[in-house]
Design a protein around this ligand. Structure first.
Ligand SMILES: Cc1cc2nc3c(=O)[nH]c(=O)nc-3n(C[C@H](O)[C@H](O)[C@H](O)COP(=O)(O)OP(=O)(O)OC[C@H]3O[C@@H](n4cnc5c(N)ncnc54)[C@H](O)[C@@H]3O)c2cc1C
Length: 502
């Protein structure tokens, strides 16, 4: 049994005192008088949570693994533990696993949310040792080994896997978020779709040419893969899909501006591919602004130093920061908030806790940081699962985590993409085909593959998009496309974190 495996013993052999005693919680110190009812309440929810683990099919499997996050890392970790003698509780604040690489297609009305998201529960329908809970984690009590949720649960764990991903970073200007949403969730995508489509509808209503120009201006901040894909898809929507549908203006007059603070687009790709992407976007009608820092964002547009871009729709694709997981477990973290992990992906201060995916800071064999992308998250999730299973079986841990980079891809538009594999670089139509097949391959389930393939072929042949719905559910805020006074902050927009891999 490896030295750093305090949880390998069966539950009954382990001291339980720590779980029974009053322990520091994320909600701060408790007075002795208040402690007793609180403890009783906690034990109650604990019993409730433990009830999830008492299924007869898995009797005897007592090691409790709680995985927070059903993204790429969390899902893969749960799958890797499918045959291990463990009870897994997979907690996510959403009821679905989301294929983020195609979110931009939902935001631009090419795909529907259901095409790229799957109920986590259905993914593990046959996984008898997996209990799925839809709950929002608010903290971890590392002393008592409890995961706390906003719903009042306290989930006991023997091994904990943090797979909570990343979120947008506005570089300290979080007030920009309401005017320039980022793209991370289904709600984000449908909110952006709403703003985009509503802008065209409002442009048909207005008599004022200046206001129409503003309504038909779309700004994307950040020239990484997401920014490039969004800008390309937006311009195609305006210049191909909806042409001929409006009577009071020509949608081809829409202006899509891609703003990047750095010297080139797609900075993680070889320079020739990034130059190709730049020229391809310009040919499609996107205005690319390089070396341009965003200094203000408000409801009526974007400020870039002296230059003002009046825009109705602004999308933020400029920065990401890790989830709050590092704070929950008081772990050492890097500048992006990612947890610094040991070579086996566990926390040096807590070997029973693992961090995987975008929320972990890992370096490869050459000391380079592992990028925040889907394959890296999956590889980490799988590795953490193997380490946990090996420990439980009393085997030595597998070799340290080693990231395998498959390549970098980005699509620019219909028939244009860039692909950089080990020894092969592709661009144009062939790269686009490669990108499409790779993404279809990684979708979950036959239905999604068929539906997405059909939508793409249909869109390719007809230029139409099947999901042009304006819904109010996720973004009914009036500031979405309404003008307001400009703001004057001065913070650079940096390039979106490197992350595109085949
Ligand atoms: C728009 C976009 C496009 C992308 N395109 C690509 C691409 O083309 N190729 C590529 O390789 N990568 C791409 N990425 C990056 C890739 O999606 C991420 O690197 C990957 O999803 C990371 O996996 P993860 O498991 O770490 O986190 P995620 O997949 O983000 O999963 C985290 C999960 O944790 C849950 N969670 C978070 N906080 C809590 C909480 N407090 N309580 C409960 N649950 C919580 C979330 O709901 C989520 O389900 C893209 C990302 C985005 C946003």
């Amino acid at each position: 049994m490896p030295e750093n495996t305090p949880n390998n013993a069966p539950e009954t052999d382990r001291p339980t005192a720590r779980r029974d005693q009053e322990s520091p919680s994320s909600s701060g110190p408790t007075t002795p008088a208040a402690a007793a009812p609180e403890r009783r309440a906690r034990e109650e929810v604990q019993r409730t949570a433990q009830g999830h683990h008492s299924k007869p099919e898995t009797a005897g499997a007592t090691h409790r693994v709680v995985i927070i996050g059903a993204g790429f890392g969390g899902l893969e970790c749960a799958r890797a533990l499918a045959r291990a003698p463990v009870e897994i509780t997979l907690v996510d604040r959403h009821n679905h696993h989301l294929f983020q690489p195609l979110l931009y297609q939902v935001a631009t009305a090419a795909l529907s949310p259901g095409d790229i998201a799957w109920p986590v529960r259905s993914v593990f329908r046959r996984g008898r040792n997996v209990t799925v809970l839809m709950a929002t984690v608010t903290g971890v009590d590392t002393e008592a080994r409890l995961v706390r949720t906003a719903e009042g649960l306290a989930l006991p764990y023997d091994t904990l896997v943090l797979a909570t991903g990343a979120t947008h970073s506005y570089f300290g200007r979080d007030e920009w978020a309401r005017f320039a949403p980022g793209l991370k969730t289904i709600e984000d995508a449908t909110a952006i779709r709403r703003r985009l489509l509503l802008a065209f509808e409002r442009a048909e209503l207005t008599e004022d040419p200046a206001e129409r120009r503003r309504l038909l201006t779309f700004a994307v901040v950040g020239g990484g893969p997401t920014g490039v894909e969004l800008a390309g898809a937006m311009v195609e929507l305006a210049r191909a899909t909806i042409v001929g549908e409006f009577r009071r203006f020509d949608p081809r007059s829409a202006r899509v501006v891609l703003i990047e603070a750095g010297p080139r687009l797609l900075p993680t790709l070889p320079k020739d591919l990034s130059t190709y992407a730049h020229h391809a976007l310009e040919r499609m009608g996107v205005q690319v602004l390089l070396g341009t820092r965003v200094t203000g964002v408000d409801a009526s547009g974007v400020q870039c130093g002296e230059e003002r871009i009046a825009a109705s729709t602004i999308v933020w694709a400029a920065g990401v920061v890790a989830s709050a997981a590092a704070a929950w477990v008081d772990a050492e973290r890097d500048r992006a908030g990612r947890i610094k992990v040991a070579p086996d992906l566990s926390l040096p201060s807590h070997p029973e806790i693992f961090a995987v995916g975008d929320t972990a800071a890992v370096t490869d064999a050459k000391g380079r940081p592992v990028p925040g992308n889907a394959p890296a998250a999956k590889q980490m999730g799988r590795h953490a699962g193997r380490v946990i299973a090996a420990r439980l079986a009393g085997r030595t841990d597998p070799r340290p985590f080693a990231y395998r980079h498959h390549g970098d891809l980005a699509t620019i538009g219909r028939r244009a993409a860039v692909v950089s594999l080990d020894s092969i670089r592709l661009k144009g139509w062939l790269a686009w085909l490669f990108w499409g097949v790779a993404h279809i391959w990684y979708l979950i389930g036959f239905r999604s593959r068929v539906v997405v393939s059909f939508e793409w072929i249909w869109g390719y042949l007809t230029l139409q998009r099947g999901a042009r719905l304006i819904t109010r559910s996720s973004d009914a805020r009036p500031e979405a496309i309404a003008p307001a006074e400009p703001a004057g902050a001065s913070v650079p927009a940096t390039i979106e974190a490197a992350r595109r891999t085949a």
